[in-house]
Design a protein around this ligand. Sequence first.
Ligand SMILES: Cc1cc2nc3c(=O)[nH]c(=O)nc-3n(C[C@H](O)[C@H](O)[C@H](O)COP(=O)(O)O)c2cc1C
Length: 159
Amino acid sequence: MAVSSEEFRAALSRFASGVTVVTSVDGDGRPHGITVSAFCSVSLEPPLVLVCIEKLAGSHASIVGSGRFSVNLLSSGQQLISERFASLEADKFRDVPTATGLSGLPLIEGSLASLECEVHQAVDAGDHSIFIGEVLFARGDGEDPLLYFLGGYRSLVQG
Ligand SMILES: Cc1cc2nc3c(=O)[nH]c(=O)nc-3n(C[C@H](O)[C@H](O)[C@H](O)COP(=O)(O)O)c2cc1C
């Protein structure tokens, strides 16, 4: 018997994760961004990470077309940025401080870490694609991540 969608969601929502914003730039030079918790390190040599992106998301075609994406690991003060990039707003980057990375991708300022990736492999996976990226550039500092658990935002720091 197949798992029901309620059972599936109830189980998955109990996986505590960090929160990332994945950015990319399409063929017209337009930036795209999407909030993503399905991020994982894959390999040290070569340095590989993966993100799972819904096929219907605006970022999906942009990543397929450009073959590049950045992953920005959000800090605890960036809940509004997570909400913005999970929204349907037309201009998700409005008033969001960004810098241009070494590969030309927009990076979210104030994030704990940013990784700039070239698509190494794209795997078809149901209603999502798994993009495995080779990390070309990476930076990381800061210690207070934004967390997501049971449908809500959390912090390691007890308030
Ligand atoms: C905490 C959080 C985690 C999310 N993780 C993912 C994810 O891993 N993959 C994904 O495709 N969408 C994820 N989403 C949903 C997308 O951010 C959301 O559907 C977004 O609006 C899609 O972008 P679009 O407007 O370009 O279609 C997540 C949303 C939230 C709030």
